[in-house]
Design a protein around this ligand. Structure first.
Ligand code: ATP
Ligand code: XMP
Ligand code: GLN
Ligand code: MG
Length: 552
């Protein structure tokens, strides 16, 4: 639901004193992973577009800067560059810089080196050879010693597997730089200017295909920049509560809470900050998991003392309006509209002063990155599904307390706030719920059937130790398909249920989960025996792409 614009409540204000790294995005597909690695090193960081202005840099107060990779070639006419003012500021403030791939090329290009189209494009694994004889000043600055660059400290081998993805090549390094590692393809696989604390690598240390990459980024942040690495969820949580408390003074916040990770954590945080001026509500669409509204209400009220979750039963409207509708996009539109109507009804029933009321949104950092990062020529923009349109239509200001966090940081924040594991580690559940898992027309009967099958499936996954290994699992019902079966010597002619389970890191791509046959057998047996109306169970072995995770 993010529009990427600044929220009404600026969640960063008040955090100025903490150490921080600015990651400048030149359009790489994996720039966000640089942020992940920096934060894993215990240092707060943000990703900003390479089109940023000097003011954006000075107001961020970075301790160091990382330049990402990108699809352009630095010598192209339309290639993006950091402005001269920013480079001057870097010089003036003596800010350490780490350039990755395009970032390294950009640094060399600007500082008087040379970048040219390479003879050989390199995509994939390469072997990096670390130089052990780089001249350095000793820690006390008194004598010259020989050893490896601080970027490579703690890496146990001299030959390091790294991931390459480039066509251009640095052919001449700027004065002051020296090579600190090489590959068979380039002398300048890693370079440094010790005096200015400038570093560059041709490969990608941010991806997991470079196993020691996280160490290199950590070394830059802690050893070169000199950060202490003390950013942690406990302090972050406390600071965010203070910020919300101070900014909201006498305001009210209404929040649509689904029981999913994001909305539950956001709700817990805002409740901690403003108590009963936060009014959470949940819409029972009739398309939720089995007993979901009841379970979510009990669970949240138990773990967030004092919170009262209002449940609005709108299931009748959903079944009525979906009756006879087969087409997936039509169903989604109807569901989206009914959600908004239910929200409006819930808010108006609360009778709060409209001008003092904000809407809580569970926007996460990937959504913010998507709308603010630099889009290079070959970048793919993901489609973010959501319930949509609410703040515009309701003309309400929004508060997005999670907009600086990645999903697993949200989970860590949930732990910090005392939410149970069942809340913070649960698989995502889409807003349209069973509505897009009943293929074709949705009825109360099919929703009841599917929720029973889904419940058995999830229960068995938990019992057999598979739930936490899976990114998302659910059952799908095919009410338009009937199959013949035999039960107790009788002919049956009933529905087919499909089980889906995928592993994924970001839900943009996914692999089907290799489920052991004995577990499948148990689940199939239970569903066919316990759920009336289903006589056949199939397992979905399609990956995304070309399939999607949901069926509609
Ligand atoms: N049944 C519901 N009642 C109230 N709000 C809902 C409901 N379903 C979805 N929403 C709202 O829509 C938002 C988007 O849903 P989405 O599924 O993306 O996130 P989530 O449910 O918070 O987390 P998760 O990704 O773990 O499911 C939710 O954060 C919540 O504000
Ligand atoms: O809140 C949501 N509202 C939606 O309309 C919606 N559609 C898909 N999803 C979830 O998005 C992820 C990717 O789904 P697909 O591979 O089916 O596109 C998966 O996690 C899906 O469950 C939704 N979430
Ligand atoms: N991954 C990158 O940053 C690539 C940089 C540049 N486009 C090249 O091909 O060399
Ligand atoms: Mg959800």
């Amino acid at each position: 639901m993010s529009n990427g614009a600044k929220s009404a409540v600026d969640m960063i204000a008040g955090m100025e004193k903490q150490e921080r790294i600015l990651v400048i995005d030149f359009g790489s597909q994996v720039s966000h992973l640089i942020c992940r690695r920096v934060r894993e090193a215990g240092v707060y960081c943000e990703l900003r577009s390479c089109l940023l202005k000097l003011d954006d840099v000075t107001s961020f107060h970075p301790n160091g800067i990382i330049l990402s990779g990108g699809p352009h070639s630095v010598y192209d006419k339309e290639a993006p560059h950091l402005s001269k003012e920013i480079w001057n500021h870097i010089d003036e403030k003596k800010l350490p810089v780490f350039g990755i791939c395009y970032g390294q090329q950009e640094m060399c290009h600007f500082l008087g080196g040379k970048v040219e189209p390479g003879v050989k494009r390199e995509f994939g694994h390469a072997e990096l050879l670390i130089r052990e004889d780089v001249a350095h000043l000793s820690a006390d600055g008194t004598k010259k010693i020989k050893g490896r660059s601080p970027i490579f400290e703690g890496i146990s081998t001299e030959r390091v597997p790294v991931w390459m993805s480039h066509g251009d090549k640095v052919t001449q390094i700027p004065s002051g730089f020296t090579s600190i590692a090489y590959t068979s393809n380039t002398e300048y696989a890693a370079i440094e200017d010790q005096t200015r604390h400038f570093y560059g690598v041709q490969f990608h240390p941010e991806v997991t295909h470079t196993p020691s990459g996280a160490t290199m980024i950590k070394n830059f942040v802690l050893k070169v920049v000199g950060c202490k690495g003390e950013w942690n969820m406990h302090d972050f949580c406390q600071k965010q509560i203070d910020i919300i408390m101070n900014k909201l003074e006498d305001k009210y916040v209404v929040g649509a809470v689904s029981g999913g990770v994001d909305s539950s954590v956001a709700a817990a945080l805002v409740h901690k900050a403003i108590g009963d001026r936060f009014r959470p509500f949940m819409v029972d669409t009739g398309l939720l998991r089995k007993d979901e509204a009841k379970i979510v209400k009990e669970r949240l009220e138990k773990h967030i003392p004092g919170m009262k979750l209002k449940v609005l039963d709108a299931s009748g409207d959903f079944y009525k309006e979906l009756s006879g509708v087969m087409e997936p996009e039509k169903k989604r539109k109807i569901i989206g509209r009914l959600f908004v109507e239910a929200f409006e009804k819930a808010v108006s029933e609360m009778g709060l002063p409209h001008e003092r009321c904000l809407l809580l949104q569970g926007t996460l950092y990937p959504d913010v990155i998507e709308s603010t990062s630099y889009k290079g020529p070959s970048s793919v923009i993901k489609t973010h599904h959501n319930v949509g349109g609410l703040p515009d239509r309701m003309k309400m200001e929004v508060i997005e307390p999670l907009r600086l966090l990645f999903k697993d940081e949200v989970r860590a924040l949930g732990n910090e706030l005392g939410l149970p594991v069942t809340s913070v580690m649960r698989h995502p559940f889409p807003g349209p719920g069973l509505g897009i898992r009943i293929i074709g027309e949705v009825t109360k009967e099919s929703a009841d059937t599917l929720s029973l099958a889904d419940d058995i499936y999830i229960e068995e996954l938990r019992k057999n130790g598979h739930y936490d290994k899976i990114g998302q699992a659910f059952a799908v019902l095919l009410p338009t398909v009937r199959s013949v079966g035999v039960m107790g010597d009788h002919r049956t002619y009933e529905n087919v249920c499909v089980l889906r389970a995928v592993t994924t890191t970001d839900f943009m791509t996914a692999d089907w989960y290799d489920m052991p046959h004995d577990v499948l057998a148990k689940i199939s047996n239970r569903i066919i025996n316990e759920v009336k109306g289903i006589n056949r169970v199939c397992y979905d072995v399609s990956s995304k792409p070309p399939a999607t995770i949901e069926w509609e």
